[in-house]
Design a protein around this ligand. Structure first.
Ligand code: FAD
Length: 570
């Protein structure tokens, strides 16, 4: 790739979904654009994500007759963000998110469908919908990328059927919830994969990409269509500021390419889409609650280390929410480069989560952000007994449902699991007391907790945490289990335990921005020429996670907003 050009209208730092959306939009506005990515792969965390985007009032939902409105979504967002976010940013999001996705559908390779059964996460808040705001990427034919496919950050095996077959979140949900026809669906996907003989000869990976991989492939192809260069192994180091820190203008960046420093000129603006700081242990210890480990994060190791945050701070930017992550519990698996997020399985009937005292401390089916937030709160209250927490289930659960890397026993019995996983990924004993001893959990506490849960499973009412009491909890329940699809007894040995860490899928705090995605100082004035989106910016969602796609939706929307704002020359 020719890398001789050194001046562009816009330089976008990072190649996640927000960054590439900004680049596509800016190019369509007639601006010359460069995308720089420090890694040797494009896509960032966005590439290994579910690719879901939370877009209130979107046209896909309307197309299938769904009803949503700007006002209803605003009511919900106001309640979810509880005054923590400048209302002008909320309004900008609500106005532009539906426009952004409509635009991408019309002008780019990006294709979505509505996951109409996926409920907003806070069903108790006014304005919540039982489905319709979360969108799920359609599968993407990766042959359209040609050789560029080699530069894609590979999806995690956990996001693929059998570790290699692409599927949509809608398909995955059908299988997990064991909805009618799920077996046919799976067989169909496997058959399509097997019969693609031409592609099979090339690689065992699926020709199609799904989820976050589909999203970033579609955006990457859209950049190729526009001849927008994306330079890999180009590590942003610092901003070039004209006129000093006070009142200065950002006019470029300094990058490192394999040890060689280069200065690149951005005639109009720099857009930071360089992720957060979750992979930087030092910054974690400085800002996040403890205990904290970069190794608990489900994001790609080494990518998001906070360079853009530090450069923004050095340029005088204000910050917010630095003590927050997009929390999600994770399970570490030996030989895998990063742990796996545990998003759905906590809601399956017959698994409970306990602290070291053997006590439950949260509704296991709660959204992942609130789940880990509860781990931290309980950890403080119990003197350090909730990080890690332990998920406990029995032989019946093991046979029927997945948990982390353990596929249901009916597909993958214990005899076929890797030997080294016993005692590192899962623990197993004939009795609950034996299990408690192995994992250092109070046996009497665990026995009492299981007794009450077994009662709750019979009555269908979780008297402690109301698990299964709303549409979001039940989304990942088993529709065939009555009276409560999220509750089943833990009674049949052997019994199992798995360790849950206080993980994340990215940090949530960062540079403070205004409704135009401009980075602002503490007095609210914008730093000319500097924009931030995605996890480089303080989230427009405040401390909340309103629904599936609550991180990528804003990243892409504010990328779209930033590009238009730059093009208007404002
Ligand atoms: P990224 O996508 O991580 O992109 C940042 C890029 O910047 C990276 O490629 C990085 O290498 C690059 N970069 C960093 N520093 C530099 C530098 N100095 N110079 C140049 N480049 C740099 N969110 C949703 O909304 N919906 C979902 O369905 C969803 N599912 C998820 C599933 C999993 C398993 C995980 C781990 C996350 C999921 N998330 C989801 C969260 C979401 O993926 C992230 O919050 C989102 O990708 C963050 O986007 P970003 O653009 O800020 O960062």
């Amino acid at each position: 790739q020719d890398q001789s050009q050194t001046a562009f209208d816009v330089i976008v730092v990072g190649s996640g979904a927000g960054a590439m959306t900004a680049a596509v939009t800016a190019a369509d506005q007639g601006l010359s654009v460069l995308v720089v990515e420090k890694s040797d792969k494009f896509g960032g965390t966005s590439a290994i994500s579910g690719g879901g985007i939370w877009i209130p009032n979107n046209h896909y939902f309307k197309r299938i007759g769904g009803r949503d409105s700007h006002d209803q979504a605003l009511t919900y967002l106001r309640a979810a963000t509880a005054g923590r976010v400048d209302e002008r940013r909320l309004l900008a999001y609500l106005e532009h998110a539906p426009k952004m996705i409509h635009y991408l559908e019309k002008k780019s390779r990006v294709r979505y469908a509505v996951a109409h059964k996926y409920p907003d996460y806070y069903q108790h808040l006014p304005g919540a919908l039982p489905g319709g705001r979360s969108l799920d990427p359609e599968l993407f034919d990766t042959s359209l990328l040609g050789d560029e496919l080699n530069n894609l950050r590979s999806p995690s095996p956990s996001t693929l059927l059998m570790g290699r077959i692409a599927w949509t979140a809608r398909d995955a949900h059908k299988a997990m919830a064991r909805e009618r026809g799920w077996r046919f669906k799976i067989m169909g996907l496997m058959l399509r994969y097997q019969l693609d003989l031409r592609w099979r000869r090339k690689t065992r990976m699926d020709r199609r990409a799904g989820l976050g991989s589909a999203l970033v492939c579609a955006l990457r192809r859209s950049l190729m269509d526009r001849k927008v260069p994306l330079w890999l192994k180009t590590d942003f180091q610092e901003l070039v500021l004209e006129g000093g820190r006070e009142g200065g203008k950002v006019s470029g960046i300094v990058v490192d390419q394999g040890g060689v420093r280069r200065t690149l000129t951005a005639r109009k603006a720099v857009i930071f889409g360089a992720g957060g700081f979750e992979q930087n242990q030092q910054l974690r210890e400085k800002y996040l609650p403890g205990p904290t480990r970069a190794g608990w994060s489900a994001t790609p190791p080494g990518c998001n280390t906070g360079a853009a945050l530090l450069a923004g701070q050095a340029a005088g930017a204000a910050t917010d929410l630095l003590e927050w992550c997009w929390w999600a519990p994770t399970i570490a698996v030996p030989k895998e480069e990063k742990p796996r997020g545990v998003f759905a399985e906590r809601a399956f009937p017959g698994a409970i989560v306990v602290n070291g005292l053997g006590r439950r401390f949260v509704n296991e089916a709660a959204p992942y952000l609130e789940f880990v937030d509860s781990m931290y709160k309980d950890n403080a209250a119990t003197g350090g007994r909730s990080i890690p927490a332990w998920v406990i289930f029995d032989a019946h659960f093991r046979f029927n449902y997945a948990m982390g890397p353990l596929m249901p026993g009916q597909v993958m019995p214990d005899s076929r699991l890797r030997k080294e996983w016993l005692g590192s990924v899962y623990w197993k004993a004939d009795s609950l007391a034996g299990l408690a001893e192995q994992i250092g959990v109070d046996a009497a506490g665990l026995a009492a907790t299981v007794d009450s849960m077994n009662d709750y499973a019979r009555t269908g009412i979780d008297a402690d945490f109301a698990r299964g009491g709303n549409a979001f909890d039940r989304y990942y329940g088993d529709v065939n289990v009555k009276p409560n699809p999220c509750l089943a007894p833990i009674a049949k040995g052997p019994f199992y335990a798995m360790r849950l860490d206080a993980g994340d899928i990215g940090t949530k705090g960062g540079l403070l921005t205004n409704a135009d995605a401009q980075v602002i100082r503490a007095d609210g004035s914008p730093i000319p020429g500097l924009y931030a989106i995605g996890n480089t910016s303080a989230s427009v969602m405040g401390t909340a996670y309103p629904g599936a796609g609550g991180t990528l939706g804003p990243a892409m929307t504010f990328g779209y907003i930033a590009a238009h704002h730059i093009a208007r020359g404002a």
